[in-house]
Design a protein around this ligand. Structure first.
Ligand code: C2O
Ligand code: CU
Ligand code: CU
Length: 508
């Protein structure tokens, strides 16, 4: 009962029904009912004490090297941390669990000295970052125990809440659920909109994870934990001293989808998605985030009041059976916001945030190429991850539409490295407001077609691929990932290309 997987349930269902045909239907119904009830949803609403103050990950310190680059030091190390069930062995960056917040601005050249002090090979990937494939920190940039890796690149994209996490081949869920994750905030001095922005005061990083422990370790096989932590703490409260507080929400959980709302149904004003500010604020009562997605929201508080951020019944875009077995009926108390008796003034919520931001993804009337991505089982387009293979070859400078559809009858998402994309349409319709800005990860609802627009503006490298994959980490680890290579016009990738591959058949 530790793993709730719709597939196994469905196969039991099918078998039981098959056996049942012929007169034992009552028994069948009883068995199904028992299974259904045994997998009851997790619910912590009202049971969380909120007796620990929220900890805010420190901003990473940096130095400047002789080339003028901003240098961060990041060490993956072993530690111990209380995940809410007593202290267990965890992993963290520069600490016991999670990592410091890196922060840099557009135009800045950064270098990260990443040191692996673990006893296992790992990597560190800059999720949402536009950068050369060799700096991306995916499964091709292994860092062995005791080794240091020094990726360097220039920040060149709009202000955004990004994050970093390991991406070792087949081991991402293991390393992330042990605690290796942190935020990477990008600023853009050219974007001048006034928002709460004092880190740790009225601008709070909110990293949501759901780890489970087992025999003094993180249970890294567990797909859905039964308690939710914010920045490593279960049920924290945050003291708020300003009228508006900005929450930078990051779903750092391997498999769980959240749907955040306030306990009294009051509005959340969403101001940003994965790749930066929305064109304009979106007032809503709930914000859904699948693993790896981010959203920034503003919450307005009255002096002295208390509100609880919850996650309730996330809509997974699936049938009711899949919903139940993938956390779609789960409810959690996540974070309490406690307003002081005197609140400092906050800037008004701007009417416009970043009206032209989607132009970053390219012009919809100048598309060079359209590709299709079918998500099913643990494969994309019927193929699984092959390290030495270029599934897609992209020409530098091209604007493309990637058409993504989940045909598998299961929960999946889609994440693309290197670019931020614009959602052009969802089943032929205008995207909803929460998908009106730049994204790098989307939840792919069952049978729905998403048309994603993106432009590959820089960094051709025929030898090094970028990844695209389902960001449900156990799916990713089981091969639900492909590789694309960006090449100069007329160039060939130095990896086996897909035409050659199709001729030889697939091991999908
Ligand atoms: Cu968040 Cu390929 O990663
Ligand atoms: Cu990524
Ligand atoms: Cu998936």
């Amino acid at each position: 009962m530790s793993r709730r997987r719709s597939r196994s349930f469905l196969s039991i269902f099918v078998r039981v029904v098959a056996v049942g045909v012929g007169g034992v239907n009552l028994l069948v119904a009883g068995l199904l009912g028992a299974v259904w009830l045994a997998f009851s949803p997790t619910d912590t609403v009202g049971d969380v004490a909120f007796d620990a103050e929220l900890t805010v990950p420190p901003l990473a310190e940096s130095t400047t090297d002789e080339q003028g680059r901003t240098v961060f030091d990041l060490t993956a190390q072993q530690g111990s941390h209380d995940l809410g069930e007593g202290t267990v062995e965890t992993w963290g960056f520069n600490g016991d669990y999670l990592g410091p917040t890196l922060r840099a601005e557009r135009g800045e050249e950064v270098l990260v000295r990443f040191h692996n002090e673990l006893s296992e090979t790992t990597t560190v990937h800059w999720h949402g970052m536009h950068l050369p494939a060799a700096m991306d920190g995916g499964p091709h940039q292994d860092v062995d125990p005791g080794e240091t890796w020094e990726p360097t690149w220039t920040i060149d994209q709009p202000a955004a809440t990004l994050w970093y996490h390991p991406h070792p081949h087949g081991e991402t869920q293991d390393h992330v659920s042990r605690g290796l994750a942190g935020m990477f905030i990008l600023d853009d001095p050219a974007q001048s909109v006034e928002l709460p922005s004092e880190y740790g005061v009225d601008d709070l990083p909110i990293i949501v994870t759901d780890p489970t422990s087992k025999r003094g370790q993180v249970d890294t096989d567990k797909e859905f934990g039964e308690r939710v932590l914010v920045n490593g703490i279960e049920g924290p409260y945050a003291e708020v001293r300003t009228e508006l507080v900005r929450l930078r929400l990051l779903n750092g959980s391997p498999m769980r989808v959240y749907e955040f709302s306030l306990d009294d149904g009051s509005p959340l004003v969403q101001i940003a998605s994965d790749g930066g500010l929305l064109p304009e604020p979106h007032e809503t009562t709930s914000v859904r985030l699948s693993p790896g997605e981010r959203a920034e929201v503003l919450v307005r508080l009255e002096p002295g009041e208390t509100r609880v951020l919850r996650s309730v019944d996330p809509d997974l875009g699936q049938n009711f059976i899949n919903e139940r077995f993938n956390g779609g009926e789960d409810r959690f108390d996540v974070l309490q916001l406690r307003a002081a008796d005197q609140l400092a003034d906050s800037p008004d919520v701007p009417e416009e945030l970043a009206p032209g931001i989607v132009e970053h993804a390219g012009a919809p009337d100048a598309v060079d190429r359209t590709r299709e991505f079918r998500l099913s089982g643990r494969s994309i387009n019927g193929a699984q991850m092959r390290m030495e293979h270029a599934d897609e070859v992209v020409t530098l400078g091209d604007t493309e539409v990637w058409e993504v559809v989940n045909t598998g009858g299961e929960v999946h998402s889609f994440h693309v490295h290197d670019v931020q994309f614009r959602v052009l349409s969802v089943d032929g319709r205008e995207p909803p407001p929460e998908l009106s800005g730049l994204k790098d990860t989307i939840l792919a609802e069952d049978g729905v077609t998403y048309r994603l627009l993106m432009t590959f503006t820089d960094y051709a490298d025929p030898t090094m691929p970028y990844m695209y994959h389902c960001h449900l980490l156990s799916h990713e680890d089981r091969g639900m990932m492909g590789q694309f290579v960006v090449v100069e016009e007329g160039d060939e990738p130095a990896l086996a290309n897909h035409a050659e591959h199709r001729a030889h058949g697939s091991h999908g």
